[in-house]
Design a protein around this ligand. Structure first.
Ligand SMILES: Cc1ncc(COP(=O)(O)O)c(C=O)c1O
Length: 417
């Protein structure tokens, strides 16, 4: 078969494919793989019980189930959900939004595919536009999304060393130059893979830059505010005419329903709706149906604060304490966990690459993600990219504990070989 350039893009392996393959295989099989790799959220019993109750109500209510499975929605997504979400955002956060500012997508990953290709690639003046990621490392799922090669641009972060094996990346605002090549700026907040949470003032500085250069600032809030709010620091939700806020129901416990949400100006919402129609006719309505009551009542905000955030925070603390104990004596650092559900581990001067460490761990039945995938747009070589791994602590305690012990053993072996 002879493929187009578009086809050839998917012939080669990508980081996100490896990650999702590992994740799907580990969760679907009985093999005893310890899945500390992909971004599957925890099964939080109290949260799952809410969705079960809602599903029971849908099943009981005559016609509701049939409508949920039997109708295509408009390309903008389930209307009642969109209206209820706009009302919630207006009343709780004072955002100036109506239903015309919201569109649903089949998972926020699809939203990023659409958004990045709307703002990156050849424009009609012949400029090859790029998405700027001001804080590397960034989400692995952005890496292979651009239809044009070299659609991403990034700079190295500043590194702050903290007590107790912690460190933290900061945006190097001095090194951030916004040339005419840049078509949009994008950050995940909290950052996947590091759990960094950009402060309100950092976001303000990015908004000012976006305003000055008339660019959209895309804020990926998959783990962030207003929900599910898996944030352990102070961070306020931000929306204004310069931002495009992307949210998702996945980390609220509904990844299988594939529900992403984009909040932006009307023009962009119309374009994304049109892309939805072309790519998939309309977004799935199952997630919207399951979460509708929670949005209408505003309970969705409370679920994040009362059930989801404390659940992950406790797990983060446990994982950190275990690593600090089991890696005592090893030169290792953990990015300060400020949100999401990952630990980003940095092994300075690791004698093997992080990809080799990934392979060794996989042989021992533990899945992690090699750090080198998380630097979309960073073109200069930097050994640091090969000294880090991302581990998730979202799985059951038994799995996380056993997985972390094996990681500690393999890292020690690598340093002492
Ligand atoms: C930072 C970030 N953004 C976006 C996504 C995409 O999520 P979904 O397509 O499930 O909404 C993920 C998934 O893990 C993520 O970690």
């Amino acid at each position: 078969m002879h493929f187009s350039r578009f086809g050839r893009k998917f012939q080669t392996s990508s980081g996100i494919l490896q990650l999702m393959d590992d994740l799907g295989n580990a969760l679907a099989s009985d093999e005893r793989m310890l899945m500390l790799g992909g971004g599957n959220p925890s099964h939080i019993p109290k949260v799952q019980a809410l969705y079960r109750r809602r599903m029971k109500r849908i099943l009981k209510h005559k016609g509701a189930f049939e409508r949920m499975i039997g109708n295509y929605q408009s390309p903008q997504g389930e209307k009642e959900f969109v209206q209820a979400l706009a009302a919630l955002l207006r009343s709780q956060f004072g955002w100036e939004v109506g239903p015309e500012n919201i569109v649903l997508t089949n998972g926020s990953q699809t939203a990023f595919f659409i958004l990045f290709n709307l703002f990156a690639g050849l424009d009609d003046r012949g400029v090859n536009k790029k998405i700027l990621f001001p804080l590397a490392p960034e989400y692995i799922g952005y890496s292979d999304i651009g239809l044009e090669k070299n659609f991403a641009s990034a700079i190295r972060p500043q590194i702050e060393f903290l007590d107790q094996n912690f460190f933290k990346y900061h945006i190097d605002f001095k090194a951030l130059s916004i040339t005419e090549e840049i078509g949009a700026i994008c950050v995940s907040r909290p950052t996947n893979p590091t759990g960094n949470v950009l402060t309100d003032s950092e976001i303000e500085r990015l908004v000012s830059l976006a305003k000055k250069h008339e660019l959209p600032l895309i804020i990926d809030s998959a783990y962030g505010t207003p929900f599910p709010n898996i944030i352990y620091t102070e961070a306020n939700p931000v929306f204004n005419q310069h931002t495009v806020v992307c949210m998702s129901l996945s980390k609220l416990g509904l990844p299988a329903t594939r529900t992403g949400v984009v909040i932006a100006n009307e023009e962009l919402i119309r374009i994304i709706s049109s892309a939805n129609a072309v790519l998939s006719l309309s977004p799935s309505s199952v997630g919207a149906a399951l979460a509708l009551d929670l949005i209408k009542s505003g309970e969705i905000i409370k679920i994040g604060a009362d059930l989801i955030r404390p659940f992950y925070r406790k797990k983060a603390g446990r994982a950190v304490r275990q690593l600090q104990k089991e890696l005592r004596g090893v030169d290792f650092l953990i990015h300060k966990p400020e949100g999401a559900f990952f630990l980003w581990l940095w092994f300075r001067n690791l004698p093997v690459t992080s990809q080799m460490l990934y392979q060794r761990l996989k042989q021992r039945g533990v899945l992690v993600v090699s750090g080198h995938y998380f630097f979309p747009g960073l073109t200069e070589p930097w050994p640091h990219q090969h000294e880090c791994i991302r581990v998730t602590y979202a799985q059951d305690e038994r799995i996380v504990k056993a997985g972390l012990s094996i990681i500690a053993e393999e890292v020690k072996k690598a340093f002492h070989a």
